[in-house]
Design a protein around this ligand. Structure first.
Ligand code: CIR
Length: 252
C-alpha cells in the first residue's frame, strides 16, 4: 500500500472538544485553516489522504489517532478510555476496512487510546495513562504477536505517552527530558521539558512536521539532518491536540 494518512475534520462541535484546562475558545475558522495546512504538509511528505467527513456528534473526532493502532497490514480499532469518544471508532473502522487492512476491534473492558502507543521497531511502548488500562495492553499484545508490548509510566498530568515523545521516522525518537522510561538503541533527539508539546512530530523520509513556535526543537531536528516543516497548531492545541493525534498513518 502507498503511504496513507486517515484524517478527521474540524466541525462546529470541535469547540466542545474535551480539554483538561481552559486554554480559550477554539476559533473554528483558524482551526480549519490549521488542519488544512497540516493535511497539506502530510501530502508534502508523500501521504495519500483519506479524509473522514466528521460528525457533529463527536466533538473530539478530529483527533483520529486515538481510535486505532496500525502495524503493517493489521489494525486494532481501539475502545477509547474516554467513554464519550467511543462512537468515533465506527467511521475509523470502516475506513481501515475499505483500505483493505486486517481489522480487529478491541473488546470491553479493555481501553486504550492510540496516542498512548509509540512504535519503535518491533516494540510497542504503551503509556499507562488514565485512558489506557492493563486489559488494553493485553489486547494489544494479542493482536500484534510479533511485537513486544512494554508499559511506560507517565509523568504526572500527561494525557498520552505521545504528548512527550514521538518517532517521526523509523529509528528516530524525539523525546522530552523527564521521560526516562524508554531505553533503546534509536537515534534520540532530546528536547527540553518545557518544550515537550513540540516533541510530538510527524515525519517521513528526511522531512519532519513540527508545531510552530518552538525554535529550539526545530533547531534540534534540523541538526539531526531533517528538513523542518513548521505548522501553526495553536487552535488544535486548545483541544489538547498535537500533531500525531490528527492522523492515523499507514506508512506503506
Ligand atoms: C481528548 O481529550 O481526547 C482530546 N481532546 C485530545 C486528544 C489528543 N490525542 C492525542 O494526542 N493522541
Amino acid at each position: 500500500m502507498t503511504p496513507t494518512a486517515i484524517v478527521g475534520a474540524v466541525t462546529a462541535s470541535t469547540v466542545d472538544a474535551t480539554r483538561r484546562e481552559d486554554q480559550g475558545r477554539i476559533d473554528l475558522g483558524r482551526a480549519r485553516e490549521q488542519h488544512a495546512a497540516y493535511v497539506a504538509a502530510l501530502e508534502t511528505l508523500g501521504y495519500t489522504i483519506v479524509a473522514l467527513p466528521g460528525d457533529e456528534a463527536n466533538p473530539d473526532g478530529v483527533f483520529v489517532e486515538d481510535q486505532a493502532v496500525v502495524v503493517g497490514e493489521r489494525a486494532l480499532v481501539c475502545r477509547s478510555g474516554h467513554p464519550g469518544r467511543r462512537a468515533e471508532a465506527d467511521a475509523v473502522e470502516q475506513a481501515l476496512i475499505t483500505l483493505g487492512l486486517d481489522v480487529v476491534r478491541m473488546p470491553a473492558p479493555a481501553t486504550l487510546d492510540g496516542g498512548d502507543v509509540l512504535r519503535l521497531g518491533s516494540t510497542l511502548w504503551v503509556g499507562r495513562s488514565d485512558r489506557t488500562n492493563d486489559a488494553g495492553l493485553a489486547v494489544l499484545a494479542e493482536v500484534f504477536p510479533t511485537c513486544e508490548v512494554r508499559r511506560v509510566v507517565l509523568p504526572n498530568d500527561v494525557l498520552h505517552l505521545k504528548c512527550v515523545c514521538s518517532s517521526p521516522v523509523p529509528g528516530v525518537l524525539v523525546v522530552a527530558d523527564g521521560l526516562s522510561a524508554i531505553d533503546l538503541p534509536e537515534r534520540v533527539i532530546r528536547v527540553a521539558f518545557e518544550d515537550r508539546w513540540a516533541a510530538n512530530v510527524v515525519g517521513r523520509g528526511d522531512q519532519v512536521i513540527v508545531g510552530a513556535g518552538y525554535p529550539r526543537v526545530e533547531a534540534a531536528i534540523r541538526a539531526a539532518g531533517f528538513e523542518v516543516l513548521p505548522v501553526d497548531m495553536s487552535e488544535i492545541r486548545k483541544g489538547d491536540g498535537s500533531l500525531t493525534c490528527l492522523s492515523i498513518l499507514i506508512r506503506g
